[in-house]
Design a protein around this ligand. Sequence first.
Ligand SMILES: Cc1ncc(COP(=O)(O)O)c(C=O)c1O
Length: 452
Amino acid sequence: MKPTHALNHSDLLQLDQQYCWHPFTQMQTAQAPLPVVRGQGEFLYTANGDRYFDAVSSWWVNLHGHSHPAIAQAIAKQAHALEHVMFAGVTHPPAAQLAQRLVRHAPAPMAKVFYSDNGSTAIEVALKMAFQFWQNKGATPGQRSKLIALQGGYHGDTFGAMAAGQSSGFYDPFKPWLFGVDFIATGTCACTEEQSLAELDQLLLHPQQYAAIILEPLIQGASGMRMMRPTHVAEMCKRAHAAGLLVIFDEVFTAFGRTGTLYAAEQVTQQGGQADIIAVSKGLTGGFMPMAATLTSQAVYDAFLSDQVGQALLHGHSYTANPLGCAAALANLDLFEQGEAFQNMARIADIHAQWMPALATHPLLENPRQCGTVMAFELKSSHTQYGSSVSQWLRQAFLDEGIVVRPLGNTLYWVPPYCTQTDTLQHAYQTLLKVLERWGHLQAPGAGSELF
Ligand SMILES: Cc1ncc(COP(=O)(O)O)c(C=O)c1O
């Protein structure tokens, strides 16, 4: 058998087709996947040597570029010292140091770090913390047992995360098994914030029902890059806290600079709102290792202290606090602390801002918007479903131009790695205009396209 790195383009595709089952994919109708063998900076390379701009940072995980040498070296060095050890009854330097640095960078009142291995598990941990927090404090059955969440939120694919995100409509086959959550309008613009707060106030008339509110601060990613103002998020936090609920921030996507600050929570804190629990993952290791962390306040942590083992958080994963993941995350934080990442984030945000006027007046687009390094808009279309013909057409049209995108229905967005060069991003915007022109021709009367 050939070693993996020696597989050519077609052998790779053949092997994949024979054995792999891809995520979020209808395997019967899916086009062949992009056979990627190498990554460097903002680019991915196929076995044929073709180069693609990774305009979505590989599902939003990559920050400083693919195969960044400093992170790669940190992982290699750690692998030679200690590749893994269980984290129950054991500790190790990268886990302890990373926890300290995550807390130091986080806004108050974060004090403790619980590790897991992906965004969904970080949320699962956050939810279990919130529910058990109240049980440990003596909540009677039925009290503090529900959750408030925002419509269109996406929190992952494990059962608790699905329950908190069921309004997004991704989980129909599993609905009978999802626990009770009350959803409120998100408040994505000044015009809907009032409704969002009115719905929250209505639920908070009976606060004893609820353990917590969970939200994605500033940007709801997977439901279409729906953006919220920090003032609105802060207001929801204040009202939830006044009613005695815990506040959970799902920063799986937003943390590590996407919104312009290391944690989106920083911008909410400036407006007087705070979280009790923050879940992070994706960018935690700069896109190198599957790893997550759930940060909590001292008050949440203290509620689990007892002489009874049953009051502990009896949750863990074999790879909790994996040293290789921790080493990657420490190297990732080094890159932020050296400052260049912040300069790059500001540069990317500036380029998005330069393009906003052109997008705002484009006849085929709606609602262009930006938050930090994230830019999004909707293509005018009646086909808005995830995986719809529009999103497939867009994905292919950009691939033809050497750019990897993954539209959310008719929402197209850039979430580029921070190392993306100015020329690359400018070229991506020029390509966007070209793709829109193709799209416009297909829309023209008599073009005969059944897809759109
Ligand atoms: C906000 C948010 N929470 C949770 C998740 C789930 O993370 P993972 O895919 O690592 O399980 C995602 C994934 O996109 C996300 O965007």
